[in-house]
Design a protein around this ligand. Sequence first.
Ligand SMILES: N[C@@H](CCC(=O)N[C@@H](CS)C(=O)NCC(=O)O)C(=O)O
Length: 241
Amino acid sequence: MLELYQFEHSAFCLKVRLFLQAKNLQYKVVEITPGIGQINVFKLSGQRQVPVLKDGETIVSDSSEIIQYIETITNEPELLPKKPHEAAMAHLIEDWADTTLAKAARLELIKAAAIDPSLRKALLPNDLPNSFKGLIDNLPCEFMNGLTEVLNQGQSTALLNSLEKLSNSVSSQPWLVGDSLSIADIAVAAQLSLLRFPFSSGESLFGKGCLGFADNPRLDPLFTWRDQLEKKLIETDPAIL
Ligand SMILES: N[C@@H](CCC(=O)N[C@@H](CS)C(=O)NCC(=O)O)C(=O)O
């Protein structure tokens, strides 16, 4: 049985889950508590980040490496395009989503959580005691602000600009590369979870997100596309939780 070591709200972990769901593979989720739980991740994989996939004796870390590994288990359906042009486009979009989009979306979410205590609380791991959650809830915003690396306006505008183009693209045709689902769609959809939370983030977070993104009508087609993609895959999710 495949085991996925993950954080509940990590976009890179969602990327691997969506890929496993699209491949219709059974897997077990092992929830890791950020910080303390990463000691076990380190013992298992020699590094501290999630996602990590365990397949018997084989341990793979890094979402892109995991995806390459899963592809060796089954290449059905084809999510890593084979035609050279499509393969290049899918690779470049995945790389953009994992780097530029991931970083900008993470910083936007930190900014949003700094000004919204309820978002901060909802993002905490489920297994934290309620008393501790209450403490976080009451931390003054200035304290959170002091901890954050803030996106400047130019970076927010650049992110919005790229997302509007993607929003227009999915309005006219559903797949970012070729004429079927690929890793490009999955990688982008996963990182969008930080800007507006999907169904899989749970009731307390679904639909919430970063001001200027989650509530931006120009991005609505993009988040609706993401929600439909996730819903389609979740309906057939073979995960054993
Ligand atoms: N390049 C990695 C990035 C993974 C990553 O950033 N993981 C974050 C969670 S989203 C993490 O484990 N952070 C904890 C840490 O860095 O200690 C991938 O694609 O899997």
